[in-house]
Every structure is written in C-alpha cells, then in structure tokens.
Design a protein. Structure first.
Length: 233
C-alpha cells in the first residue's frame, strides 16, 4: 500500500508531502529515499515500492516543496533536465537536511519501539545522504553518485553510523581528481565504505531512464540491500 502524508518542518514554518510505501506486516525498519534533482518522480516512488516489498517502511519526502511543490521531472527530456538543474541551483541544502531529519523523526514515530531508520539518496540525494550521516542520527546512510562530497570532508568527524557510497568512475559530474579526494578523505574512516564502478557514468542506478546500466545497478543495489539488512536489523 502507498499513500501521501504531510510532515511538519522541525521549526514549525510549514509542512511538506512525502510518498510512503508500506510493507505487508510489521516493518523490519524504515528507509528514507532521497530524491535526485527530478523530484519525487516515478523512479523514486518505484524505489520506495521496492524497499516496501523487502519489508521496509519507505518514505520519499518532497524536498523541492519550497520551490516547486510536487514537481516530477524526466531526466530523459532535455528541457526537464535543464529545469532540474535550475532547481538544484536554487535549493537550500541546509533546509533540505532539516526536512530529511523531520522525515526520519516521522518514520521513527510510525515504527515505534525504537525502530531503526536508514537513508539512501541519488545524485543531489547522494550528497544529502552524506550530509544526513554527518548531521543527523540516521542509523545507516547510502549515497549513489553524490556530487560535491569532497567539499564536505570537513564534516566526516560527525559520522557516527555506517555509510556506504557508490562511485561511478566515469561520472561526468565528478571528475577523477574529486573521486581521488573522496577516497583520500574517507578510505580510512572506520564507518565509511566506498565502492567504485569502472566505466559507469552518473545515473547508472536509475530505475527508469536511458542512463541506467542494468548489471552495475543490480550489483550496487544488492550491496545496498545487504548493508541495510546488516545495519538496520
């Protein structure tokens, strides 16, 4: 079963919508799916549905609600891709992290009994997943092709729970020097694991779109499922 719910901001300044997918029976834990720059589109909702099928309560908050509430864009449509880039440029990431924190709190309330909550994000959401790991009490965090993480390495002291990052080595948004900086800054962190994907580009794990690379997407998703099973049990 799926539904849309309203979540209040932490500071009481407003509320935003989140897509929620419910598993059959009691959830084993909760997973917050952090959107790409395309909003809570069919691909993000499908990822929630897939986690619910694995037994997790899954929520995808609309992080662009202050800019374009409810927007859903298609990365394969050039005009919509450019629109998404414009939204990313206007997006307040600090406010977005507070909205993710509010979503984590709501998920914990829905779970009850001290249930654990993980986050997984893609593109902009991959960066936000890393920020969630450094700034919130999320129990486990996964980022796919996060952008600008090298500029956040000064926050790594805040990582208290496991983090998994998927890095496509041919990512045209994250050059080899930036990837090397991420490895240099994080490889020795006891809570962080980085996996590289040779020859893969940004968006290789999309649910729908021509950017998807099926074999590598299945490998990365399998690693993510094992990571959550281990750290959210």
């Amino acid at each position: 079963m799926s539904e849309m719910i309203s979540i209040d901001t932490i500071d009481g300044s407003g509320s935003f919508q989140a897509y929620v997918a419910h598993p059959e029976g009691r959830p084993r834990a909760a997973i917050i799916v952090i959107q790409e720059i395309f909003g809570v589109n069919p691909g993000i909702r499908r990822k929630c549905d897939d986690w619910a099928a694995k037994g997790y309560l899954s929520l995808a908050p609309d992080l662009f609600w202050r800019l374009e509430p409810g927007i859903q864009l298609d990365p394969d449509v050039p005009e919509q891709f450019q629109q998404a880039l414009g939204l990313m440029g206007k997006f307040n990431q600090d406010a977005g992290i507070r909205d993710i924190e509010a979503t984590i709190r709501r998920a914990r309330a829905l779970l009850g009994d001290g249930g654990k909550v993980g986050v997984v994000g893609f593109c902009l959401g991959g960066r936000l997943a890393f920020m969630t790991a450094t700034r919130t009490d999320s129990d486990a965090s996964v980022g796919y092709y996060g952008v600008g993480i090298d500029n956040l390495l000064g926050e790594k002291h805040g990582i208290a729970h496991p983090v998994l990052l998927h890095i496509p080595q041919a990512d045209h948004f994250v050059d080899p020097e930036t990837q090397a900086a991420m490895h240099a800054g994080l490889d020795d962190h006891p809570k962080v694991t980085l996996f590289d994907y040779p020859g893969e580009d940004h968006g290789f794990a999309d649910t729908f779109s021509k950017r998807r690379s099926d074999e590598s997407a299945k490998l990365a998703d399998g690693r993510t499922a094992e990571f959550f099973a281990r750290n959210l049990s």
